[in-house]
Design a protein around this ligand. Structure first.
Ligand code: SAH
Ligand code: ZN
Ligand code: ZN
Ligand code: ZN
Ligand code: ZN
Length: 421
């Protein structure tokens, strides 16, 4: 889909030159598309690009994959193979071509219903950054959504949540439906065009064109009062600006489907993202608030439950629903703060001066009277820098200044403005 327009800036300088680069890949190694905004591109280069794109299309279309799936499930267990190298379900006629590849045999219906277990996670940090929910977190999310009365879930980059809904729906009387939007085309092998759209959330591009858009639009139309919620868990390295722009377009799509007019209402949304992006997200979605719930992952070394007690995950839920409605599990240590009217981590103490539960990371934060706000327990107030910061910082030394607020004295990771109250 469309490239994004970037600008290179350096501190204190005039605006730099603008250029287009790939929206989805944040590493030039994954996609080297680059073009100055004012650059004239020759016919030959355009032709070469088109040629390159043609050669890099997926081998099968979504339609073909759907047909292949139908044939695949008709096969006896002994003939159901999955090529691990090509990440593809194989039909017997294709075995030959993959004879020197590793493959799995006897793919069961249960395995077909949980593709996120069958496919290996694309962990490449700069592109897919596929970090799958731990079962506990996925179950929590789904229960939360159903308890809130939602019957349709637009799953944007949440294949595991989608899969949990899909497999429940096929097993029992279950009225929740889900549509997965994701850039990982491997999922088209397991879901029909009504269940999965190949989508880029950094530029709101539907690879399936108008038909896919229409699928999404239809899904968002709240027939028979079936309420829709959107859940998204984008790669954490992603540009908040680009994501917010796409999500606003999805919200607009929802608003336009309703005849009675949702007027001033917003499509209910859960955006799962690390807590240190709070101020960035609120810049774009002032109606959102951050929940204390810590989202855990299966394949993320840092963000999962260790064997020895709990590792703290920095990943949170941002939502435009009323915070008091988001009930967090008491058995996992969350409690309701009657003043803040929301569930908070057990370690999150209500600060009388700030008049709010101020901790962002679950630890007990302390109030600094000079900064007039609560800060991390490990910070202290530095009179040189005139703010609270890490004990082992060098005062005003970082000459380039902080990437977030531009002030000297601290790096982006220690920026006080990231923890605005
Ligand atoms: N925790 C989620 C997965 C989140 S990982 C779950 O368990 O369901 C991020 C997801 O976003 C991956 O599925 C990845 O394929 C998808 N993704 C990455 N870049 C994307 C893009 N540009 N557009 C759409 N989806 C993208
Ligand atoms: Zn193969
Ligand atoms: Zn409180
Ligand atoms: Zn305080
Ligand atoms: Zn201070």
């Amino acid at each position: 889909g469309p490239a994004l327009l970037f600008v290179k800036t350096s501190q204190g300088k005039e605006e730099g030159r603008r250029f287009y680069a790939c929206s989805a890949c944040r590493d030039r190694k994954d996609c080297n598309f680059f073009q100055w905004e004012d650059e004239k591109v020759s016919e030959t280069r355009l032709a070469a690009r088109e040629e390159y794109n043609r050669n890099h299309q997926p081998f099968f279309t979504h339609r073909q994959n759907v047909d292949r799936y139908k044939n695949f499930v008709l096969l006896p267990l002994s003939k159901r193979r999955f090529c691990r190298e090509c990440q593809q379900l194989l039909l017997p006629a294709e075995w030959e071509k993959h004879s020197d590849h590793q493959f799995l045999c006897g793919i069961t219906t249960a395995q077909l219903k949980s593709p996120s277990q069958l496919l290996y996670p694309l962990e490449n940090k700069k592109t897919n950054a596929q970090y799958l929910f731990a079962d506990r977190s996925c179950q929590f999310l789904l229960n939360l959504l159903t308890d809130l009365g939602f019957r349709r879930v637009l799953s944007v980059g949440t294949p595991r949540l989608h899969e949990m809904i899909q497999s429940k729906a096929s097993q029992e009387e279950y009225s929740v439906r889900s549509l997965l939007l994701d850039i990982d085309f491997r999922y088209s092998q397991f879901y029909t065009e009504d269940e999965f759209c190949h989508y880029n959330m950094f530029n709101h591009h539907f690879f399936g064109g108008e038909a896919a858009r229409e699928t999404c639009r239809k899904f968002l139309y709240e027939e028979n009062g079936e309420r829709v919620v959107m859940v998204t868990d984008p790669p954490f390295g992603g540009l908040v600006e680009a994501l917010a722009s796409s999500f606003k377009k999805l919200m607009a799509m929802w608003r336009e489907t309703e005849k009675e007019g949702h007027d001033n209402k917003e499509m209910p949304m859960f955006w799962i993202f690390p807590y240190f992006f709070e101020s960035r997200i609120l810049d774009f979605f002032p109606s959102f608030s951050m929940m204390d719930y810590q989202v855990d992952y299966d394949n993320h070394a840092l963000y999962k439950h260790g064997k020895t007690g709990r590792r703290q995950s920095p990943v949170r839920i941002f939502t435009n629903l009323t915070p008091s409605m988001i009930v967090l599990p008491e058995e996992e240590g969350y409690r309701f703060c009657t003043v803040c009217q929301r569930y908070v981590s057990s370690g999150n103490q209500h600060c009388e001066i700030c008049n709010s539960c101020t901790s962002k990371d679950g630890r007990r934060w302390k109030h600094c009277v000079l900064c007039k706000k609560c800060v991390k327990p490990s910070w202290f107030h530095c009179n040189n820098c005139n703010c609270c910061t890490l004990p082992k910082h060098s005062c005003e030394k970082t000459d380039s200044g902080c990437f977030v607020c531009g002030k000297a004295g601290h790096k982006r990771s220690a920026c006080p403005s990231l923890s605005r109250s």
